[in-house]
Structure formats: C-alpha cells, structure tokens
Design a binder for this molecule. Structure first.
Ligand code: HEC
Ligand code: HEC
Ligand code: HEC
Ligand code: HEC
Ligand code: HEC
Length: 174
C-alpha cells in the first residue's frame, strides 16, 4: 500500500469512527431559492428545452455515473455555428469550443467531497426525475438553487422511499 493510500485509509477510518460518536446534526433548513449566480454566458434552460432538447442531451450522466455533468461547447456549436453567431456571448462560446477550454459555469448544486452521491443510482436505478431534486428547470431563464441538498433532505426522501439511512450509506468509503 502506498503511503498516500494508507493516509487516505486512516482518514476514512477516522471519519467513519468519528461519525459513530457524532450525534446526528440538527436539521438546518436552507433558505431557498438562493440568488441566481451570474454565469459567464447567459444560458437559458427555458429557451433551449423549448427547442426540444432533453436534459440528458446536455447532461449525459457518463460512466461511472456520479455526475450529470456539463455539455461540451462543441455540442452547442452544432446550432450556434449559424444561430446568433454575431452575439458576443456566442462568440465567447465559439472561442471556448475552438480552444477546448470549458466555460467555467458557476456551480449551483453540490455536496461536500466526503459525501457519496450518484446520478445513475438516483435517476436511472431509482427512477427519480431531475425535477424532484432540481425543480422545474425547463421553466427557468436562469437557474438558482431551489431544492435542498442538506443531510436532512437526503434522509427525508430515503425514509419515504425505503432507502437506507445508515450513516455509512452516504458517508463511507464504498
Ligand atoms: C442545451 C443544453 C442543456 C439542456 C437541454 C439542459 N441543460 Fe441543464 N445546464 C446546461 C448548461 C450550459 C448549464 C450551466 C449554466 C446554468 O447553470 O444555467 C446547465 C446547468 C444545469 C444545472 C445546474 C448545475 C449546477 O449545479 O451548477 C442543473 C440542475 C441542470 N442544468 C438541470 C437540467 C435539467 C433538469 C434539464 C432538463 C429539463 C436540463 N438541465 C437541460 C445545459 C443544458
Ligand atoms: C438545437 C439548437 C441549439 C443548441 C444545441 C444550443 N442552442 Fe443556444 N440557442 C438556440 C436558439 C434557437 C437560440 C435563440 C436565438 C435567438 O434568440 O434568435 C439560442 C440562444 C442562445 C443564447 C443567447 C444568445 C444571445 O446573445 O441572445 C445563448 C447564450 C446560448 N444559446 C447558449 C447555448 C449554449 C451554452 C449551448 C450549449 C450548452 C447552446 N446554446 C446550444 C439554439 C441552440
Ligand atoms: C436525488 C436527487 C437528484 C436527482 C434525481 C438528480 N440530481 Fe442532479 N444533483 C443532485 C445533487 C445532490 C447534486 C450535487 C452533486 C455533487 O456535488 O456531486 C447534483 C448535481 C447536478 C449537476 C451539476 C454537475 C454534476 O453532475 O455534479 C447537474 C448538471 C445536475 N445535477 C443535473 C441533473 C439532471 C439533468 C438530472 C436528471 C437526469 C438530475 N440532476 C437528477 C441531486 C439530484
Ligand atoms: C427524492 C428522493 C431521494 C433524495 C432527495 C435522495 N435520495 Fe439517495 N436514494 C434514493 C433512493 C430511492 C435510493 C435507492 C436506489 C436504488 O434502489 O438503487 C437511493 C440510494 C442512495 C444511495 C445508494 C446507492 C449508491 O449510489 O450506492 C446513496 C449513497 C444515496 N442515495 C445518497 C444520497 C444523498 C447523499 C442524498 C442527498 C444529497 C440523497 N441520496 C438524496 C432516493 C433519494
Ligand atoms: C442519505 C444520506 C446521508 C445519511 C444516511 C447520513 N448523512 Fe450525514 N451528511 C449527508 C450530507 C449530504 C451531508 C452534507 C450536508 C451539507 O451539504 O452541509 C452530511 C453531513 C454530515 C455531517 C457534517 C455536517 C454537519 O452538518 O455537521 C455529520 C457530522 C454527519 N453528516 C453525520 C451523520 C450521521 C451520524 C449519520 C447517521 C445517523 C449520517 N450523517 C447519515 C448525508 C447523509
């Protein structure tokens, strides 16, 4: 075992043992919706889904399935090589497609690194709609965090759907 792996293992063991002694944190309700962040390019979900594009066209949940992910700029250029190409926003998009430097989208939903969360498990296996956890995205010009991602919100749904709420289900090394 490399010393790095050993350190990681000690850290994880510490985390799991530590958890066993920690009380369940008191649920703190997030104040939602949060203010929408200013994105580097003003992308509208409402406009684009009205063009008939589906969530998975742009967020394909690639293997191993943790992330829904963001679309490649080259995929945007399928339309924008001709649609609105005089717009400065589209020129910015074209430049990042050309240099293959992803647009630095400001993240809206995230959980800490020590949490195990998988889009495949929730969308494909459990059959949950994107909207259950992200709201009516197809109606939004700009996205803001409108659904909670705190521990209480995870556990509430797990209790309702009969999924496990053992501490190491979401916190262990798996
Ligand atoms: C044409 C491509 C496209 C389609 C179709 C699309 N999205 Fe997106 N999505 C994006 C882009 C680009 C961003 C980053 C900009 C933003 O946050 O608005 C994004 C951001 C998001 C985010 C925020 C991610 C984060 O945490 O920062 C969520 C959630 C999301 N999309 C869900 C959906 C859902 C649900 C659908 C279907 C109803 C959908 N998207 C359809 C391109 C798309
Ligand atoms: C299926 C075709 C299609 C795809 C793919 C597509 N768009 Fe669009 N986009 C459009 C249309 C149509 C408009 C509206 C043009 C208009 O207002 O005349 C638009 C408008 C926009 C605008 C507003 C431009 C302006 O200045 O008014 C932005 C920004 C944009 N798209 C970003 C994106 C991004 C980012 C992606 C990739 C994640 C993407 N688009 C993928 C069709 C598409
Ligand atoms: C059970 C709740 C749940 C469902 C269902 C769900 N998401 Fe998410 N989504 C989350 C959480 C939690 C995060 C933060 C994940 C992280 O930080 O690793 C997230 C993050 C994202 C992000 C940011 C980038 C990434 O992959 O981390 C996008 C985009 C996104 N979701 C789109 C979608 C789309 C599209 C669907 C439907 C196909 C969907 N989500 C279904 C809870 C959900
Ligand atoms: C709307 C309901 C819902 C929400 C919200 C939800 N889950 Fe789940 N989760 C489920 C269901 C149902 C399953 C069982 C899936 C299956 O049968 O495989 C599951 C399974 C899991 C699993 C086990 C599958 C795997 O990937 O190994 C983990 C871990 C998990 N959830 C973590 C989380 C975390 C962390 C959050 C909050 C950020 C969360 N869940 C929020 C419904 C939910
Ligand atoms: C269904 C998933 C899930 C289960 C089960 C779960 N947690 Fe969590 N836990 C989370 C998420 C998500 C966060 C991060 C919340 C945030 O974003 O701040 C978290 C954060 C924490 C934190 C640190 C943050 C804080 O608020 O203090 C502690 C401590 C913790 N959990 C303990 C536990 C214990 C003890 C159990 C077993 C009783 C447990 N967790 C079961 C999902 C889960």
């Amino acid at each position: 075992m490399s010393s790095l792996a050993a350190t990681a293992l000690f850290f994880l063991l510490g985390l799991v043992c530590g958890l066993a002694q920690k009380p369940v944190p008191t649920p703190v309700d997030e104040v939602l919706p949060k203010q929408a962040p200013l994105q580097p390019v003003p992308f509208s979900h409402k406009l684009h889904t009205a063009q008939g594009m589906k969530c998975l066209d742009c967020h394909p949940i690639r293997e191993p399935g943790f992330q829904a992910g963001f679309p490649r700029e080259s995929a945007c250029m399928g339309c924008h090589a001709s649609v609105k190409k005089e717009s400065p926003h589209i020129q910015k998009l074209a430049a990042s497609a050309k240099t293959r430097s992803p647009i630095p989208w400001v993240r809206i939903y995230s959980v800490p690194d020590y949490i195990w969360f998988s889009h495949t498990s929730h969308h494909k296996d459990a059959g949950l709609e994107c909207q259950t956890c992200h709201g009516p995205v197809q109606d939004r010009e700009v996205l803001a965090k409108e659904k909670p991602t705190n521990m209480h919100s995870c556990m509430k749904c797990h209790a309702q759907k009969g999924a496990s709420n053992g501490c190491d289900f979401c916190h262990a090394s798996q």
